[in-house]
Design a protein around this ligand. Structure first.
Ligand SMILES: Cc1cc2nc3c(=O)[nH]c(=O)nc-3n(C[C@H](O)[C@H](O)[C@H](O)COP(=O)(O)OP(=O)(O)OC[C@H]3O[C@@H](n4cnc5c(N)ncnc54)[C@H](O)[C@@H]3O)c2cc1C
Length: 394
């Protein structure tokens, strides 16, 4: 986003003063809005370019997983065992935060505590799952290693993660923002942020000028469109999904993450089957900022559906969509502060797992910005923890 002189009409903009302006109304920004409402006396506003959850969150599959794309054994190799334990524990805490948020509230966001299967599509993958299961058990994580295919669809075995759950991601965002009570401005793209020699940053949208002590950027891969600092640090890739019409019966009762996460599927509460992924077959095309579905990826998804689910062959596809994912060279999110604008903090590029990092990532961002917490392994200033060629990007 940039601001051309012809659209800069300062006299026509409403002026606001806030303590904290959150930019981005996806999972991370909504989580910040909720968490900040628990601190007394802060004036908080959330600015979203589209509607709430209009970015990746509302285009996701709604899997809230403990863990990230490489399996645990690979994460331990890439980042070290202690960091592997830390990353998975971070996501587990995030899951607990969602459960705590839900307790005493109506389940308006289709929280389904169904657990997940990580499914082996090859013997090699089964070995990785086996090794991961042993390491995770040693590190105190609850899980079950299954030598047989638990869903009887030609997989080689699986890990069962009992604590994983599904959500309706857009409704989760809505619930968090509603509970937070911050001022929310939708369809207000931030065009410019600037900070002169004062303690305040100024956020400009077409209709508002917001002066604030802290800006929290929760803009995912789009961050690179707003702030040149992120160019070269975030690679933007596209993911696609499809959803069938409601099936007559229930055929999978857990979240399923297969082939190292390159394919994933779940049955929704109304028995529709959601299937996403297959971008590994089209990596060169599936990059950039265009949120469009393409025939090659959709055909790959349909082929997968036919191969793994011959019992639902020919079913009508009711929805097809695309969304963006922000990836980093070492596969971990970026959390930190903009050196040239010290009031501006960010947590971006969750590498395709932003619902899993979820509320704990929102907490890390708010505490980094307001309490001076160090973002640890997710710090933008870390030495890259894995060589770029090793960081895989489903
Ligand atoms: C097909 C697909 C399936 C996925 N499935 C899963 C899954 O099941 N589980 C999982 O954990 N992850 C999944 N992901 C990844 C997940 O969607 C993201 O990691 C997560 O949504 C990131 O949340 P976020 O809040 O950081 O970003 P976003 O949800 O993208 O939110 C950023 C927001 O910032 C807004 N914004 C950007 N620029 C500006 C601006 N200049 N001014 C104002 N607002 C701005 C955007 O409009 C957007 O709403 C999937 C992704 C895709 C594409």
């Amino acid at each position: 986003m940039t601001l051309p002189i012809w659209l800069d009409n300062p006299g026509e903009r409403v002026k606001d003063e806030l303590d904290v302006a959150i930019i981005g109304g996806g999972m991370i920004g909504a989580g910040c809005a909720y968490l900040l409402s628990r601190r007394r006396g802060l004036r908080v506003g959330l600015v979203e370019a589209r509607g709430l959850a209009g970015g990746s969150t509302g285009r996701s599959a709604g899997f809230v997983l403990r863990g990230i794309q490489p399996y645990y054994n690979q994460v331990a190799r890439l980042y070290g065992r202690e960091n592997a334990r830390g990353i998975f524990a971070f996501a587990e805490e995030s899951q607990a935060m969602v459960r705590e948020f839900l307790s005493g509230r109506e389940n308006t966001f289709d929280y389904v505590p169904c657990g997940s299967y990580l499914l082996a599509s090859s013997l090699e993958e089964l070995e990785d799952l086996h090794e991961s299961a042993e390491l995770m058990a040693e590190d105190g994580f609850e899980l079950e290693y299954l030598k047989e295919d638990p869903i009887d669809r030609d997989f080689f075995g699986a890990i069962y993660n009992p604590g994983d759950f599904g959500v309706h991601p857009a409704r989760l965002v809505e619930a968090l923002v509603t509970a937070g009570g911050a001022s929310v401005w939708q369809n207000e793209p931030v065009l410019k942020i600037h900070q002169e020699d004062t303690d305040e940053a100024v956020v400009q949208t077409p209709h508002r000028t917001i002066a604030c002590r802290r800006v929290l950027l929760a803009t995912n891969a789009y961050a690179a469109l707003l702030e040149p600092y992120f160019r070269g640090k975030i690679q933007c890739a596209r993911g696609q999904a499809l959803v069938t019409q409601p099936l007559r019966k229930s055929i999978v009762d857990r979240l399923c993450y297969a082939n190292y996460g390159w394919e994933y599927f779940r049955q929704l509460p109304d028995r529709r089957l959601l299937l996403g992924g297959c971008r590994q077959l089209h990596l060169e095309e599936e990059v950039g900022y265009a949120e469009v579905v393409t025939a090659p990826v959709q055909e790959s998804l349909e082929r997968y559906l036919k191969d793994r689910f011959p019992d639902v062959a020919g079913v009508t596809i009711d929805y097809r969509w695309a969304g963006l994912m922000g990836f980093t060279s070492d596969g971990l999110p970026l959390v930190g502060r903009l050196k040239q604008m010290p009031s501006v903090f960010f947590a971006v590029a969750c590498n395709g797992h932003g619902l899993g990092y979820g509320l704990n990532m929102s907490r890390l961002l708010t505490e980094t910005a307001l309490d001076g917490r160090h973002p640890g392994i997710f710090s933008v200033d870390r030495e890259s923890l894995a060589p770029p060629s090793q960081a895989r990007t489903p």
